[in-house]
Design a protein around this ligand. Structure first.
Ligand SMILES: Nc1ncnc2c1ncn2[C@@H]1O[C@H](COP(=O)(O)OP(=O)(O)O)[C@@H](O)[C@H]1O
Ligand SMILES: [Mg+2]
Length: 458
Protein backbone atom coordinates (compact mmCIF):
# COMPACT_ATOMS: atom_id res chain seq x y z
CA UNK A 1 0.00 0.00 0.00
CA UNK A 2 1.24 3.45 -0.87
CA UNK A 3 1.78 6.02 1.83
CA UNK A 4 -0.99 8.53 1.17
CA UNK A 5 -0.43 12.24 1.35
CA UNK A 6 -4.01 13.00 2.41
CA UNK A 7 -7.00 13.31 0.19
CA UNK A 8 -7.17 15.93 -2.57
CA UNK A 9 -10.90 15.42 -2.65
CA UNK A 10 -11.26 16.18 1.05
CA UNK A 11 -9.05 19.22 0.66
CA UNK A 12 -11.08 20.51 -2.26
CA UNK A 13 -14.40 19.90 -0.52
CA UNK A 14 -13.11 21.65 2.61
CA UNK A 15 -12.01 24.68 0.62
CA UNK A 16 -15.29 24.89 -1.27
CA UNK A 17 -17.25 24.61 1.96
CA UNK A 18 -15.09 27.29 3.60
CA UNK A 19 -15.71 29.62 0.65
CA UNK A 20 -19.44 28.89 0.89
CA UNK A 21 -19.36 29.72 4.62
CA UNK A 22 -17.64 33.05 3.97
CA UNK A 23 -20.15 33.86 1.21
CA UNK A 24 -23.06 32.92 3.48
CA UNK A 25 -21.80 35.26 6.22
CA UNK A 26 -21.29 38.03 3.66
CA UNK A 27 -24.79 37.44 2.34
CA UNK A 28 -26.19 37.77 5.86
CA UNK A 29 -24.48 41.10 6.52
CA UNK A 30 -25.32 42.50 3.09
CA UNK A 31 -29.01 41.64 3.38
CA UNK A 32 -29.11 43.00 6.89
CA UNK A 33 -27.49 46.35 6.14
CA UNK A 34 -29.41 46.83 2.89
CA UNK A 35 -32.71 46.11 4.63
CA UNK A 36 -31.78 48.48 7.46
CA UNK A 37 -30.96 51.24 5.05
CA UNK A 38 -34.05 50.67 2.92
CA UNK A 39 -36.33 50.76 5.98
CA UNK A 40 -34.66 53.91 7.27
CA UNK A 41 -34.93 55.66 3.91
CA UNK A 42 -38.67 54.86 3.69
CA UNK A 43 -39.38 56.08 7.19
CA UNK A 44 -37.24 59.17 6.70
CA UNK A 45 -39.28 60.06 3.62
CA UNK A 46 -42.52 59.84 5.60
CA UNK A 47 -41.07 61.72 8.56
CA UNK A 48 -39.67 64.41 6.25
CA UNK A 49 -42.98 64.79 4.40
CA UNK A 50 -44.87 65.15 7.69
CA UNK A 51 -42.41 67.75 8.97
CA UNK A 52 -42.55 69.73 5.74
CA UNK A 53 -46.31 69.60 5.71
CA UNK A 54 -46.51 71.03 9.28
CA UNK A 55 -44.10 73.80 8.28
CA UNK A 56 -46.12 74.60 5.17
CA UNK A 57 -49.32 74.90 7.15
CA UNK A 58 -47.90 77.60 9.44
CA UNK A 59 -49.85 80.77 8.83
CA UNK A 60 -49.07 84.24 10.03
CA UNK A 61 -51.97 85.79 11.88
CA UNK A 62 -52.35 89.32 13.05
CA UNK A 63 -50.78 88.65 16.43
CA UNK A 64 -48.74 85.59 15.86
CA UNK A 65 -48.39 82.36 14.03
CA UNK A 66 -51.14 79.82 13.62
CA UNK A 67 -50.03 76.25 13.96
CA UNK A 68 -52.27 73.52 12.61
CA UNK A 69 -51.15 70.08 13.68
CA UNK A 70 -53.38 68.20 11.27
CA UNK A 71 -54.52 64.81 12.46
CA UNK A 72 -53.76 63.39 9.00
CA UNK A 73 -50.12 64.28 9.39
CA UNK A 74 -49.72 62.35 12.60
CA UNK A 75 -51.80 59.42 11.49
CA UNK A 76 -49.39 59.06 8.60
CA UNK A 77 -46.55 58.78 11.10
CA UNK A 78 -48.57 56.44 13.30
CA UNK A 79 -48.91 54.03 10.40
CA UNK A 80 -45.30 53.05 10.90
CA UNK A 81 -46.09 51.30 14.16
CA UNK A 82 -46.27 52.05 17.87
CA UNK A 83 -43.75 54.87 17.98
CA UNK A 84 -43.55 57.91 20.26
CA UNK A 85 -43.70 61.25 18.49
CA UNK A 86 -42.19 64.57 19.61
CA UNK A 87 -42.25 67.95 17.95
CA UNK A 88 -40.86 71.39 18.49
CA UNK A 89 -41.59 74.60 16.65
CA UNK A 90 -39.25 77.55 17.15
CA UNK A 91 -40.14 81.00 15.93
CA UNK A 92 -37.40 83.57 15.95
CA UNK A 93 -35.28 81.22 18.05
CA UNK A 94 -37.90 80.64 20.71
CA UNK A 95 -39.86 77.45 21.20
CA UNK A 96 -43.53 78.29 20.84
CA UNK A 97 -44.96 74.79 21.07
CA UNK A 98 -43.74 71.25 21.64
CA UNK A 99 -40.74 70.04 23.60
CA UNK A 100 -38.31 72.88 24.01
CA UNK A 101 -35.48 70.58 25.08
CA UNK A 102 -35.57 68.48 21.90
CA UNK A 103 -32.02 68.37 20.53
CA UNK A 104 -31.22 70.71 17.66
CA UNK A 105 -29.55 69.58 14.42
CA UNK A 106 -25.82 70.11 13.96
CA UNK A 107 -26.42 71.92 10.69
CA UNK A 108 -29.42 74.18 10.78
CA UNK A 109 -31.81 73.64 7.84
CA UNK A 110 -32.23 76.58 5.50
CA UNK A 111 -35.29 75.48 3.54
CA UNK A 112 -38.23 73.10 3.51
CA UNK A 113 -35.86 70.32 2.45
CA UNK A 114 -35.62 68.29 5.68
CA UNK A 115 -32.37 67.66 7.53
CA UNK A 116 -32.34 64.29 9.31
CA UNK A 117 -30.36 63.29 12.36
CA UNK A 118 -30.44 60.74 15.13
CA UNK A 119 -30.13 61.76 18.76
CA UNK A 120 -30.79 60.38 22.21
CA UNK A 121 -33.80 61.92 23.87
CA UNK A 122 -35.65 60.96 27.03
CA UNK A 123 -33.96 57.63 27.26
CA UNK A 124 -34.57 56.50 23.70
CA UNK A 125 -33.08 56.91 20.28
CA UNK A 126 -34.90 59.54 18.30
CA UNK A 127 -34.89 60.09 14.53
CA UNK A 128 -35.55 63.76 13.92
CA UNK A 129 -36.42 65.71 10.75
CA UNK A 130 -35.93 69.45 10.78
CA UNK A 131 -37.08 72.06 8.25
CA UNK A 132 -36.91 75.82 8.18
CA UNK A 133 -38.88 78.62 6.56
CA UNK A 134 -39.56 82.24 7.11
CA UNK A 135 -42.87 83.93 7.61
CA UNK A 136 -43.88 87.55 7.78
CA UNK A 137 -45.25 88.64 11.12
CA UNK A 138 -46.36 92.20 11.18
CA UNK A 139 -43.85 93.62 8.78
CA UNK A 140 -40.83 91.54 9.73
CA UNK A 141 -39.57 88.30 8.30
CA UNK A 142 -39.03 85.81 11.11
CA UNK A 143 -37.29 82.42 10.82
CA UNK A 144 -39.27 79.36 11.82
CA UNK A 145 -37.75 75.95 12.67
CA UNK A 146 -40.01 72.89 12.69
CA UNK A 147 -38.76 69.56 14.07
CA UNK A 148 -40.55 66.24 14.37
CA UNK A 149 -38.90 63.34 16.14
CA UNK A 150 -39.91 59.72 16.20
CA UNK A 151 -38.65 56.61 17.98
CA UNK A 152 -37.65 53.72 15.74
CA UNK A 153 -38.54 50.61 17.75
CA UNK A 154 -40.76 49.32 14.91
CA UNK A 155 -37.98 49.68 12.42
CA UNK A 156 -35.59 47.82 14.70
CA UNK A 157 -38.10 44.99 14.99
CA UNK A 158 -38.51 44.82 11.22
CA UNK A 159 -34.75 44.87 10.76
CA UNK A 160 -34.38 42.03 13.27
CA UNK A 161 -36.95 39.95 11.43
CA UNK A 162 -35.18 40.59 8.15
CA UNK A 163 -31.84 39.74 9.72
CA UNK A 164 -33.23 36.44 10.97
CA UNK A 165 -34.46 35.68 7.52
CA UNK A 166 -31.08 36.59 6.06
CA UNK A 167 -29.39 34.30 8.57
CA UNK A 168 -31.70 31.46 7.57
CA UNK A 169 -31.00 32.16 3.91
CA UNK A 170 -27.24 32.12 4.55
CA UNK A 171 -27.53 28.87 6.46
CA UNK A 172 -29.61 27.29 3.68
CA UNK A 173 -27.07 28.45 1.14
CA UNK A 174 -24.28 26.89 3.17
CA UNK A 175 -26.14 23.58 3.66
CA UNK A 176 -26.77 23.42 -0.09
CA UNK A 177 -23.10 24.17 -0.76
CA UNK A 178 -21.90 21.01 1.03
CA UNK A 179 -23.45 18.39 -1.32
CA UNK A 180 -22.73 20.63 -4.30
CA UNK A 181 -19.04 20.82 -3.42
CA UNK A 182 -18.95 17.04 -2.91
CA UNK A 183 -20.48 16.65 -6.34
CA UNK A 184 -18.12 19.07 -8.03
CA UNK A 185 -15.08 17.60 -6.27
CA UNK A 186 -16.16 14.21 -7.61
CA UNK A 187 -16.38 15.52 -11.13
CA UNK A 188 -12.92 17.07 -10.85
CA UNK A 189 -11.45 13.66 -10.07
CA UNK A 190 -13.32 11.76 -12.78
CA UNK A 191 -10.63 12.36 -15.44
CA UNK A 192 -7.95 11.06 -13.04
CA UNK A 193 -9.96 7.92 -12.37
CA UNK A 194 -10.55 7.45 -16.09
CA UNK A 195 -6.82 7.76 -16.75
CA UNK A 196 -6.01 5.23 -14.04
CA UNK A 197 -8.63 2.85 -15.44
CA UNK A 198 -7.22 3.21 -18.97
CA UNK A 199 -3.72 2.37 -17.73
CA UNK A 200 -4.99 -0.52 -15.59
CA UNK A 201 -6.96 -2.08 -18.45
CA UNK A 202 -3.89 -2.34 -20.67
CA UNK A 203 -2.51 -5.68 -21.66
CA UNK A 204 0.86 -6.73 -20.22
CA UNK A 205 2.55 -6.25 -23.57
CA UNK A 206 1.00 -2.87 -24.17
CA UNK A 207 3.83 -0.40 -23.69
CA UNK A 208 2.48 2.27 -26.00
CA UNK A 209 2.44 5.79 -24.60
CA UNK A 210 -0.82 6.92 -22.99
CA UNK A 211 -2.82 8.88 -25.54
CA UNK A 212 -6.22 9.01 -23.86
CA UNK A 213 -7.62 12.53 -23.77
CA UNK A 214 -6.88 14.08 -20.39
CA UNK A 215 -7.38 17.59 -19.01
CA UNK A 216 -4.52 20.03 -19.49
CA UNK A 217 -3.68 19.94 -15.77
CA UNK A 218 -2.90 16.22 -15.97
CA UNK A 219 -0.49 16.67 -18.88
CA UNK A 220 2.65 16.67 -16.65
CA UNK A 221 1.55 13.44 -14.99
CA UNK A 222 0.79 11.78 -18.33
CA UNK A 223 4.10 13.00 -19.76
CA UNK A 224 5.99 11.55 -16.78
CA UNK A 225 4.08 8.29 -17.13
CA UNK A 226 4.89 8.10 -20.82
CA UNK A 227 8.55 8.82 -20.13
CA UNK A 228 8.55 5.98 -17.64
CA UNK A 229 6.85 3.63 -20.10
CA UNK A 230 9.41 4.53 -22.76
CA UNK A 231 12.29 3.77 -20.36
CA UNK A 232 10.67 0.47 -19.42
CA UNK A 233 10.27 -0.43 -23.09
CA UNK A 234 13.95 0.33 -23.64
CA UNK A 235 14.99 -1.79 -20.66
CA UNK A 236 12.86 -4.71 -21.81
CA UNK A 237 14.18 -4.68 -25.33
CA UNK A 238 17.69 -4.58 -23.90
CA UNK A 239 16.86 -7.64 -21.83
CA UNK A 240 15.57 -9.45 -24.89
CA UNK A 241 18.72 -8.66 -26.83
CA UNK A 242 20.83 -9.69 -23.85
CA UNK A 243 19.12 -13.07 -23.53
CA UNK A 244 19.51 -13.82 -27.24
CA UNK A 245 23.15 -12.74 -27.31
CA UNK A 246 24.04 -14.55 -24.11
CA UNK A 247 22.53 -17.75 -25.53
CA UNK A 248 24.60 -17.41 -28.63
CA UNK A 249 27.84 -16.52 -26.85
CA UNK A 250 27.58 -19.41 -24.42
CA UNK A 251 26.36 -22.14 -26.75
CA UNK A 252 28.75 -21.58 -29.63
CA UNK A 253 32.09 -21.86 -27.78
CA UNK A 254 30.76 -24.79 -25.73
CA UNK A 255 29.87 -26.72 -28.85
CA UNK A 256 33.32 -25.97 -30.26
CA UNK A 257 34.94 -27.36 -27.11
CA UNK A 258 32.74 -30.40 -27.33
CA UNK A 259 33.55 -31.08 -30.97
CA UNK A 260 37.27 -30.65 -30.31
CA UNK A 261 37.03 -32.96 -27.33
CA UNK A 262 35.34 -35.63 -29.43
CA UNK A 263 37.99 -35.38 -32.13
CA UNK A 264 40.73 -35.66 -29.52
CA UNK A 265 38.95 -38.65 -28.00
CA UNK A 266 38.87 -40.40 -31.38
CA UNK A 267 42.55 -39.72 -32.03
CA UNK A 268 43.82 -40.64 -28.59
CA UNK A 269 44.99 -44.17 -27.79
CA UNK A 270 46.10 -43.55 -24.23
CA UNK A 271 43.38 -44.93 -21.95
CA UNK A 272 43.98 -42.41 -19.12
CA UNK A 273 43.66 -39.48 -21.54
CA UNK A 274 40.53 -40.98 -23.06
CA UNK A 275 38.91 -41.24 -19.63
CA UNK A 276 39.77 -37.64 -18.91
CA UNK A 277 38.47 -36.53 -22.30
CA UNK A 278 35.21 -38.40 -21.74
CA UNK A 279 34.75 -36.67 -18.39
CA UNK A 280 35.49 -33.36 -20.04
CA UNK A 281 32.96 -33.93 -22.81
CA UNK A 282 30.34 -34.88 -20.29
CA UNK A 283 31.07 -31.74 -18.25
CA UNK A 284 30.83 -29.56 -21.32
CA UNK A 285 27.56 -31.22 -22.30
CA UNK A 286 26.19 -30.61 -18.84
CA UNK A 287 27.16 -26.93 -18.88
CA UNK A 288 25.72 -26.47 -22.35
CA UNK A 289 22.46 -27.97 -21.23
CA UNK A 290 22.36 -25.92 -18.01
CA UNK A 291 23.23 -22.74 -19.86
CA UNK A 292 20.56 -23.24 -22.45
CA UNK A 293 18.00 -24.13 -19.82
CA UNK A 294 18.87 -21.09 -17.73
CA UNK A 295 18.49 -18.93 -20.78
CA UNK A 296 15.25 -20.68 -21.67
CA UNK A 297 14.03 -20.01 -18.18
CA UNK A 298 14.98 -16.32 -18.41
CA UNK A 299 13.29 -16.18 -21.80
CA UNK A 300 10.10 -17.76 -20.44
CA UNK A 301 9.99 -15.31 -17.52
CA UNK A 302 10.62 -12.38 -19.81
CA UNK A 303 8.10 -13.41 -22.43
CA UNK A 304 5.33 -14.34 -20.02
CA UNK A 305 5.60 -10.83 -18.63
CA UNK A 306 4.70 -9.39 -21.99
CA UNK A 307 2.77 -12.08 -23.66
CA UNK A 308 1.94 -12.08 -27.34
CA UNK A 309 -0.88 -14.50 -28.01
CA UNK A 310 -1.36 -15.83 -31.47
CA UNK A 311 -2.80 -18.97 -33.03
CA UNK A 312 -0.06 -21.56 -32.97
CA UNK A 313 -0.19 -25.03 -34.55
CA UNK A 314 0.74 -27.48 -31.83
CA UNK A 315 1.03 -30.37 -34.36
CA UNK A 316 3.68 -28.44 -36.19
CA UNK A 317 5.66 -27.69 -33.03
CA UNK A 318 5.40 -31.32 -31.84
CA UNK A 319 6.76 -32.56 -35.18
CA UNK A 320 9.60 -30.02 -35.15
CA UNK A 321 10.63 -30.93 -31.62
CA UNK A 322 10.46 -34.66 -32.42
CA UNK A 323 12.64 -34.08 -35.46
CA UNK A 324 15.17 -32.10 -33.42
CA UNK A 325 15.38 -34.88 -30.82
CA UNK A 326 15.58 -37.70 -33.36
CA UNK A 327 19.40 -37.99 -33.18
CA UNK A 328 19.36 -38.05 -29.37
CA UNK A 329 16.64 -40.68 -29.39
CA UNK A 330 18.49 -42.72 -31.96
CA UNK A 331 21.61 -42.80 -29.80
CA UNK A 332 19.56 -44.55 -27.09
CA UNK A 333 17.59 -46.55 -29.62
CA UNK A 334 14.42 -44.91 -28.34
CA UNK A 335 11.53 -44.83 -30.80
CA UNK A 336 10.05 -41.33 -30.87
CA UNK A 337 6.56 -41.12 -32.41
CA UNK A 338 4.02 -38.31 -32.84
CA UNK A 339 0.33 -39.28 -32.90
CA UNK A 340 -2.80 -37.23 -33.62
CA UNK A 341 -0.95 -34.63 -35.66
CA UNK A 342 -2.79 -35.29 -38.93
CA UNK A 343 -4.56 -31.95 -38.93
CA UNK A 344 -3.51 -28.62 -37.43
CA UNK A 345 -4.14 -28.26 -33.70
CA UNK A 346 -4.39 -24.53 -33.13
CA UNK A 347 -3.78 -23.17 -29.65
CA UNK A 348 -3.65 -19.67 -28.27
CA UNK A 349 -0.13 -18.77 -27.17
CA UNK A 350 3.44 -17.83 -27.84
CA UNK A 351 5.28 -20.27 -30.18
CA UNK A 352 8.67 -19.81 -28.50
CA UNK A 353 7.27 -20.53 -25.04
CA UNK A 354 5.36 -23.60 -26.22
CA UNK A 355 8.38 -24.96 -28.03
CA UNK A 356 10.59 -24.44 -25.01
CA UNK A 357 8.10 -26.34 -22.79
CA UNK A 358 7.85 -29.17 -25.28
CA UNK A 359 11.61 -29.48 -25.67
CA UNK A 360 11.96 -29.92 -21.95
CA UNK A 361 9.25 -32.59 -21.81
CA UNK A 362 10.75 -34.60 -24.67
CA UNK A 363 14.24 -34.15 -23.26
CA UNK A 364 13.11 -35.60 -19.91
CA UNK A 365 11.22 -38.45 -21.56
CA UNK A 366 14.28 -39.56 -23.52
CA UNK A 367 16.74 -38.88 -20.69
CA UNK A 368 14.91 -40.91 -18.11
CA UNK A 369 14.05 -43.81 -20.50
CA UNK A 370 15.90 -47.07 -20.79
CA UNK A 371 17.42 -48.07 -24.14
CA UNK A 372 15.14 -49.63 -26.75
CA UNK A 373 11.90 -48.19 -25.41
CA UNK A 374 9.35 -45.86 -26.97
CA UNK A 375 8.33 -42.25 -26.34
CA UNK A 376 4.96 -41.15 -27.72
CA UNK A 377 3.79 -37.58 -28.29
CA UNK A 378 -0.02 -37.66 -28.57
CA UNK A 379 -2.21 -34.73 -29.50
CA UNK A 380 -5.89 -34.59 -28.58
CA UNK A 381 -8.62 -32.03 -28.29
CA UNK A 382 -11.38 -31.68 -25.68
CA UNK A 383 -13.49 -28.97 -24.06
CA UNK A 384 -11.75 -26.03 -25.70
CA UNK A 385 -8.31 -27.32 -24.80
CA UNK A 386 -5.67 -29.03 -26.89
CA UNK A 387 -3.63 -31.55 -24.92
CA UNK A 388 -0.21 -32.86 -25.78
CA UNK A 389 0.79 -35.97 -23.85
CA UNK A 390 4.39 -37.14 -23.65
CA UNK A 391 4.43 -40.76 -22.54
CA UNK A 392 7.60 -42.75 -21.90
CA UNK A 393 8.41 -46.25 -20.67
CA UNK A 394 11.16 -45.07 -18.38
CA UNK A 395 11.87 -45.28 -14.68
CA UNK A 396 8.80 -43.38 -13.49
CA UNK A 397 8.78 -40.70 -10.83
CA UNK A 398 9.34 -42.90 -7.76
CA UNK A 399 6.31 -41.30 -6.15
CA UNK A 400 7.55 -37.70 -6.35
CA UNK A 401 4.91 -35.07 -7.19
CA UNK A 402 4.86 -32.19 -9.63
CA UNK A 403 4.68 -29.54 -6.91
CA UNK A 404 8.03 -30.67 -5.62
CA UNK A 405 9.72 -31.50 -8.95
CA UNK A 406 8.71 -28.21 -10.57
CA UNK A 407 10.64 -26.16 -8.02
CA UNK A 408 13.63 -24.34 -9.44
CA UNK A 409 16.84 -26.41 -9.54
CA UNK A 410 15.06 -29.30 -7.87
CA UNK A 411 15.76 -32.78 -9.21
CA UNK A 412 14.13 -36.05 -8.26
CA UNK A 413 15.65 -38.88 -6.28
CA UNK A 414 15.39 -41.10 -9.37
CA UNK A 415 17.96 -39.31 -11.51
CA UNK A 416 20.98 -41.53 -10.77
CA UNK A 417 23.68 -40.59 -13.30
CA UNK A 418 21.43 -38.63 -15.65
CA UNK A 419 22.65 -35.06 -16.13
CA UNK A 420 20.26 -32.19 -15.52
CA UNK A 421 19.81 -28.84 -13.84
CA UNK A 422 16.32 -29.17 -12.36
CA UNK A 423 14.87 -26.34 -14.44
CA UNK A 424 12.93 -28.29 -17.08
CA UNK A 425 9.67 -28.78 -15.23
CA UNK A 426 9.92 -25.24 -13.80
CA UNK A 427 9.88 -23.94 -17.35
CA UNK A 428 6.94 -26.17 -18.34
CA UNK A 429 4.85 -25.11 -15.33
CA UNK A 430 5.59 -21.45 -15.94
CA UNK A 431 4.64 -21.69 -19.60
CA UNK A 432 1.37 -23.45 -18.74
CA UNK A 433 0.52 -20.75 -16.19
CA UNK A 434 1.45 -17.90 -18.52
CA UNK A 435 -0.69 -19.23 -21.36
CA UNK A 436 -3.68 -20.10 -19.21
CA UNK A 437 -3.11 -23.83 -19.66
CA UNK A 438 -2.65 -26.86 -17.40
CA UNK A 439 0.24 -29.20 -16.78
CA UNK A 440 -0.02 -32.61 -15.11
CA UNK A 441 2.61 -35.22 -14.45
CA UNK A 442 1.49 -38.77 -13.65
CA UNK A 443 2.81 -42.30 -13.35
CA UNK A 444 0.48 -44.57 -15.35
CA UNK A 445 -0.29 -48.17 -14.28
CA UNK A 446 1.73 -49.66 -17.10
CA UNK A 447 4.85 -47.82 -15.87
CA UNK A 448 6.86 -44.92 -17.19
CA UNK A 449 5.87 -41.29 -16.89
CA UNK A 450 3.07 -39.38 -18.53
CA UNK A 451 3.38 -35.61 -18.85
CA UNK A 452 0.48 -33.71 -20.37
CA UNK A 453 0.32 -30.07 -21.26
CA UNK A 454 -3.08 -28.57 -22.11
CA UNK A 455 -3.43 -25.19 -23.77
CA UNK A 456 -6.51 -23.16 -24.69
CA UNK A 457 -7.70 -23.79 -28.20
CA UNK A 458 -7.48 -20.89 -30.66
N1 LIG B 1 10.00 -38.38 -17.86
C1 LIG B 1 10.44 -38.46 -16.62
N2 LIG B 1 10.72 -39.65 -16.04
C2 LIG B 1 11.18 -39.72 -14.79
N3 LIG B 1 11.44 -38.68 -13.99
C3 LIG B 1 11.21 -37.48 -14.51
C4 LIG B 1 10.69 -37.29 -15.82
N4 LIG B 1 10.57 -35.96 -16.03
C5 LIG B 1 10.96 -35.35 -14.89
N5 LIG B 1 11.37 -36.24 -13.99
C6 LIG B 1 11.83 -35.97 -12.61
O1 LIG B 1 11.55 -34.61 -12.35
C7 LIG B 1 12.78 -33.93 -11.97
C8 LIG B 1 12.74 -32.52 -12.46
O2 LIG B 1 12.77 -32.48 -13.86
P1 LIG B 1 13.46 -31.29 -14.58
O3 LIG B 1 12.91 -30.08 -13.96
O4 LIG B 1 13.31 -31.45 -16.04
O5 LIG B 1 14.95 -31.37 -14.16
P2 LIG B 1 16.15 -32.24 -14.76
O6 LIG B 1 15.58 -33.02 -15.90
O7 LIG B 1 17.15 -31.28 -15.18
O8 LIG B 1 16.57 -33.09 -13.63
C9 LIG B 1 13.86 -34.72 -12.58
O9 LIG B 1 15.06 -34.56 -11.89
C10 LIG B 1 13.32 -36.12 -12.46
O10 LIG B 1 13.56 -36.61 -11.17
MG1 LIG C 1 14.70 -31.85 -17.54
Amino acid sequence: MNRTGGSLRARLVLQLVAVAAVLAVMLYFTVRSTADRAAEATQDAILGAATTSIAEQLRAGEVGVEVDLAYATFSMLGAMGQESLFYRIDIAGKTVTGYDDMPLPATVPISLAPVFFTSAYLGSELRIAAVARSIVIGKTLVPVLVMVGQTRQGQAAIADRLANRAALLGLGFFVLAVPLSLLSAGSVFNPINRLAEAVRRRGPRDLRPVRDPTPRELAPLVAALNGFVARLRGALSQTETFIAEAAHHIRTPLSTVRTQGEIALRQSTDEATRTRLRAMIRGVEESARSASQLLDHAMVLYRSDQLEREAVDLSQIARNVARAFAPTAELKEVVLVVKGDEGPMLVQGDPLLIESALRNLVDNAIKYSAEETAVALTLSQAEGMVTLTVQDQGRGLSGAGLAELSRRFTRGGNVADVVGSGLGLTIVTEVAAALGGRFVLTEPEQGGTCASLSLPQA
